[in-house]
Design a protein around this ligand. Structure first.
Ligand code: ATP
Ligand code: SF4
Ligand code: MG
Length: 333
């Protein structure tokens, strides 16, 4: 097992819900991330999957130190990122980068590709001396599969997939160790998705990168992930290796998500059961007592309303269900 590069413990991010114009009053909190723990190992990809609003992007923002945590710790290479200042914080800003979902809104339309990809060098001048920047930018464009001669073009002159490559080149500019990918392919066509995923895969090996890869769909992360964390309403409900999550999931929420993943083999498809979740995702301002999934769970018992199931080893990997067990008809093999 390789060493841990990012260690997350009991991470909490609550946003206050405020009313009033002149005198703001806090009437509650959005519990966007509510006690998340995991390790990211060097060189691995940890997939983070869950429905819209479960706290994935908030988690990403806190890991990037773009949002302040309400409580909990994040250690990068053994050092608490919230305690870093000055040079150490600058170094962190190089070491952890993010690739966002929407290449349209995350790239300034008035900047050329060269300026966009080279912008990080303006802030971290030590990485590339001024005279060397153009060459470095062209090198980066080549690495992500873009034509280096297109350095003076604008984002609108590229396709969606190419724009995401620009975003990736920008994230790579400072030679980071960790890249947080927040749904980088969700806005792309399926065929383009595969190309971008392949690129990320190749870059991981070439540049010795560790990824936190966020998606709302289990099928997207399978190809790339070594391990997968499934999130529901601000919490991780199941965490395991690729095989444990896709072939032996024990949490009902994971099983429901997995049952919606298409399988190519018609024979397997026939034997699978599609679990349709009823009811809406509850509000993260007032999550259900006990197990947060209980209002939509077909297995819920009295204890589920009174006792929160901890994320703990059950049947070989981490699962947060009092009645963790395999489901005979949902595995994707
Ligand atoms: N700055 C903020 N202020 C208040 N609430 C916020 C803020 N940012 C996010 N939230 C709330 O926190 C919860 C989690 O949001 P987040 O964007 O992290 O979810 P997500 O899993 O990334 O969803 P999606 O799949 O739609 O991107 C949501 O209820 C959201 O409305
Ligand atoms: S703890 Fe109870 S409500 Fe929660 S997932 Fe398990 S069975 Fe369902
Ligand atoms: Mg998001």
């Amino acid at each position: 097992m390789s060493e841990t590069i990012l260690e997350v413990r009991d991470l909490v991010k609550h946003f206050p819900v405020q009313v009033g114009v002149l005198f703001k009053r806090t009437i509650g909190h959005v519990k966007a991330v509510d006690g998340v723990s995991f390790d990211l190992r060097k060189g691995e990809t940890l997939g983070v999957v869950g429905e819209s609003g479960c706290g994935k992007s908030t988690l990403a923002q806190v890991l990037m130190r773009l949002e302040k945590a309400t409580s909990g710790t994040v250690k990068f290479e053994g050092r608490d990122i919230f305690g870093l200042k000055g040079q150490e914080l600058r170094r962190l800003r190089r070491d952890i980068q993010i690739v966002l979902q929407d290449p349209y809104t995350s790239l300034n339309p008035r900047m050329t590709v060269g300026d966009l990809v080279g912008e990080p060098f303006e802030i971290h001048t030590e990485v590339a001396p001024k005279g060397d920047r153009q060459r470095k930018v062209q090198e980066l464009l080549e690495v992500v599969g873009l034509n280096p001669e297109h350095i003076n073009r604008y984002p609108h002159q590229f396709s969606g997939g190419q724009r995401q490559r620009i975003g990736i080149a920008r994230a790579l500019a400072l030679r980071p160790k960790v890249i947080i990918c927040d749904e980088p392919v969700s806005a792309l066509d399926v065929s383009v998705q595969a190309q971008v995923m392949n690129l990320l895969d190749e870059l991981q090996t070439e540049f010795d990168l560790s990824y936190v890869f966020i998606a709302h769909d289990l099928s997207v992360v399978r190809h790339l992930s070594d391990r997968v964390a499934v999130m529901y309403l601000g919490k991780v409900v199941e965490l395991g290796t690729d095989e444990q999550i896709y072939e032996h999931p024990t949490h009902p929420y994971t099983q429901a998500l997995l049952s919606a993943v298409p399988v190519p083999d018609p024979e397997l498809r026939g034997r699978r059961e599609v679990i349709r979740l009823t009811g809406d995702v509850p509000s993260p301002v007032n999550p259900p007592s006990g197990c947060r999934f209980r209002t939509r769970c077909w297995k819920a018992q009295d204890i589920c309303a009174t006792e929160e199931p901890p994320l703990t080893e059950r049947l070989g990997h981490l699962s947060a269900c009092h009645f963790a067990e395999e489901h005979p008809h949902v595995a994707v093999v």
